[in-house]
Design a protein around this ligand. Structure first.
Ligand code: SF4
Length: 706
């Protein structure tokens, strides 16, 4: 693409899982404007403040333009050619693999990567090297939703679609501040409420967020007590004979043991655990049962040591009332990142295989090995995100390649993560910017192309695959992520005596996508009918989209058959368990974290647009006025927030949006902006035993004036 080229290309917003279509205007090698794509079914032309500000975030001043390598720790990195950088990494990876085995190396990648990037990294780890040590920041995002779906419905497949918002009579929004985190979808809810004033909204959230403030019923539960609430709601439905016995009988299994578990989960019991009224629990249950009810949920359920149970007990409510597989009804996880879903589809995580195959299933491993043309894929589960950094810290993983993510800000318990990165023998960072926290630890920096400069696909929350297109050429020597991984695979293949060229023959992202589509043949997410040409011609499509299909499926499980061994959905029996950390005398407050309206993740991009700082110019800890008063601290004063793992100094914001005893700190500001590091100086790395998703939403702390 020449610098004098000008025109417009259609692409997809790189931020949240709504997956809005955009039109990118470009001239003379620069992106000049971004507007909503009126033809895209996710947003019909609308964009939120983050999408609209995209051109302002594309600063090239801190872009990484050339590979850099340092010979040893303590020496500065020096610019080198791609050949030198990739050969250096191949030498170090091959040496580690030969001396310590394939599990001594690992990849930590990102839900910001495109499906094609994900596909190549996954095949590189599992197919060429022979390790399942490839995990991603999607582990911090959607893993509990995945585990919840698999436990109940049998597959990692959100059954609903955005159009269901127009058919629902009740929206049950749990652990999600949609007004900030998924704004364009929330606009659709606002429109639906204007058109149908009788549409009921229930919001479950410890905070009175913007979403909760507009709800018909706000259940301000004590943080982490969702399972108690959901179980009590089902207890009410049983007691009042509001469950759909016909649906339960015909399409599910395992209801009897659940009924036994629920007998003690009275609304009065849950009212004590959740610290809300029993009458509100009854009211929520009744509205839910009247339906059709669409549940929308996100990190408030997922980022928890009981995240799988929270997700699955919410699905229980849908199965017990038959509210799934029909218009306006169903459990619907909202994807946090733009392509957490695409990453799962290619199996780009430590416990997954391509096309929703199971790592623990020998037949599935054989299928993948055959598709890739390798002898086998390893059977041992790889290190999931927290485990990976623990293994680096222990020295059992020695070399790590990080792509398109900033774990030295975004992972919980930063003291552990930073110690791990310092201890690692080799840290490779592939990113577009050189000034993120993780760069400090990198022995090798690889310049990656970013949004607007690369081709590929992403999958949004409603299973819709959209194209991401290049409008301008990447600056300097930056290259597409999949291309860097392929080039490395060829070199590592030579070192290991394996045929990297045969395994990674791609000359375009389109070729990678075509191979990925073929791996899905016969699977629940079969997209053998899709290609770049089909998406070009017919627009973004939902999966499944098998060969010969005219269009994808808007809604799953309409016939009441589920992808389990019996074809029946499974009820999930789980009791309430408290978050990993409960308040103590030393740390009596409960800290929770979340997003603001105008910032995205660690502000690597949105932090570069001045206008996006207007909404919240600085990080603040929100506290209840009475908690501030008992500590003798004024609204706006600087305070120290102390936790078992770290201390932060920031300004206090007094508001009764939070409950007494709770704190809220936004997730966005890291060590570049905030003394003591970001909020993850305080968070805990304990994780859910099924999903391995860490509990970023709950930690304990104390606040004192400075
Ligand atoms: Fe981008 Fe999400 Fe905003 Fe849409 S709602 S413009 S996908 S950040």
């Amino acid at each position: 693409m020449g610098a004098s080229d000008a025109g417009e290309v259609r692409s997809t917003c790189p931020y949240c899982g709504v997956g809005c279509g955009v039109r990118i205007s470009h001239a003379a090698g620069h992106i000049t404007a971004v507007a909503g794509d009126e033809t895209h079914p996710a947003n019909f032309g609308k964009l939120c403040s983050k999408g609209l500000a995209l051109p302002k975030t594309l600063s090239r001043s801190s872009r990484l333009l050339q590979p850099q390598v340092r010979a040893s720790r303590g020496e500065p990195r020096v610019p080198v050619s791609w050949d030198v950088a990739l050969d250096h990494i191949a030498d170090r990876f091959a040496g580690s693999i030969e001396r310590h085995g394939p599990d001594s190396v690992a990849f930590y990648i990102s839900g910001q990567l495109l499906t094609e990037d994900y596909y190549v990294f996954n095949k590189l780890a599992k197919g060429l090297i022979g390790t399942n040590n490839v995990d991603t920041n999607s582990r911090l995002c959607m893993s509990s939703a995945v585990a919840g779906y698999k436990a109940t419905l049998g597959a990692d497949a959100p059954p609903a679609c955005y159009e269901d918002l127009d058919h629902a009579a009740c929206l049950f929004i749990a652990g999600s501040n949609m007004a900030f985190a998924h704004p364009v979808l929330y606009r659709r809810i606002e429109e639906a409420r204007r058109k149908r004033p009788d549409l009921k909204t229930i919001v479950v959230d410890p905070r009175r967020t913007d979403t909760a403030a507009e709800a018909d019923l706000h259940l301000a539960i004590a943080p982490g007590t969702d399972v108690a609430l959901f179980n009590a709601m089902l207890h009410v439905l049983l007691a009042e004979k509001r469950v759909d016995r016909g649906y339960i009988e015909a399409h599910t299994e395992g209801f009897e043991p659940l009924e036994r578990e629920l007998s003690a989960c009275t609304p009065e019991w849950a009212a004590g655990v959740c610290e809300i009224s029993a009458d509100d629990i009854r009211l929520a249950a009744r509205w839910f049962a009247e339906g059709p009810t669409l549940s929308l949920y996100c990190q408030g359920l997922n980022q928890s040591t009981s995240g799988t149970d929270k997700n699955a007990t919410l699905v229980n409510l849908h199965l017990a009332t038959g509210q799934i597989g029909r218009p306006g009804a169903g459990p619907f996880s909202l994807t946090g990142q733009p392509n957490a879903m695409g990453g799962r589809e290619v199996g780009g995580m430590a416990n997954l295989l391509s096309a929703h195959r199971d790592l623990s299933n020998a037949a599935h491993r054989e299928e993948v090995a055959k598709l890739w043309g390798v002898k086998s894929v390893p059977d041992k589960r790889g290190k999931t995100a927290v485990e990976l950094f623990e293994a680096l810290n222990e020295g059992t993983v020695r070399c790590v390649w990080i792509a398109c993510t900033n774990p030295a800000q975004s992972m919980p318990d930063q003291a552990l993560v930073r110690a791990a990165l310092a201890r690692a023998e080799l840290v490779v960072l592939q990113d577009c910017y050189a000034d993120i926290e993780t760069a400090r630890f990198a022995d090798v920096l690889l310049p990656a192309a970013t949004w607007g400069e690369k081709e590929g696909t992403v999958t949004n929350s409603e299973r819709r695959i959209s194209r991401v297109r290049a409008a301008v050429a990447p600056p300097g020597e930056a290259r597409a992520d999949w291309e860097i991984a392929c080039d490395f695979a060829h070199r590592l293949g030579h070192q290991l005596g394996r045929d990297g060229e045969r395994l990674f023959p791609y000359t375009s992202a389109e070729e990678v996508f075509a191979e990925h589509c073929e791996t899905t043949r016969g699977r629940d997410l079969d997209i053998t009918g899709l290609s770049y040409a089909v998406i070009e011609e017919r627009g973004p499509q939902q999966w499944p989209f098998p060969e010969g299909a005219a269009e994808g499926l808007a809604r799953l499980y309409t016939e009441g058959r589920f992808p389990t061994a019996s074809g029946r959905a499974r009820f999930h029996v789980a009791g309430y368990t408290a978050p990993a950390e409960v308040p103590t005398e030393l740390f009596p407050l409960r800290l929770t974290t979340g997003r603001l309206r105008d910032q995205w993740h660690g502000m690597t991009r949105t932090g570069r647009a001045a206008s996006l700082h207007d909404h919240e110019p600085e990080p603040r800890v929100t506290m209840h006025p009475e908690d501030l008063a008992t500590r003798g601290v004024e609204d706006g004063a600087l305070v120290r927030v102390r936790g078992p793992r770290g201390t932060l100094t920031l300004r206090a914001r007094s508001s009764d949006e939070v409950r007494r005893g709770d704190l809220f700190i936004p997730m966005h500001w890291g060590g570049r902006f905030l003394a003591g590091g970001g909020v993850n100086a305080l968070t805990i790395s304990r994780y859910d035993p099924h999903s391995f998703q860490p509990e970023l939403k709950h930690a304990i702390a104390e606040v004192e004036g400075v």
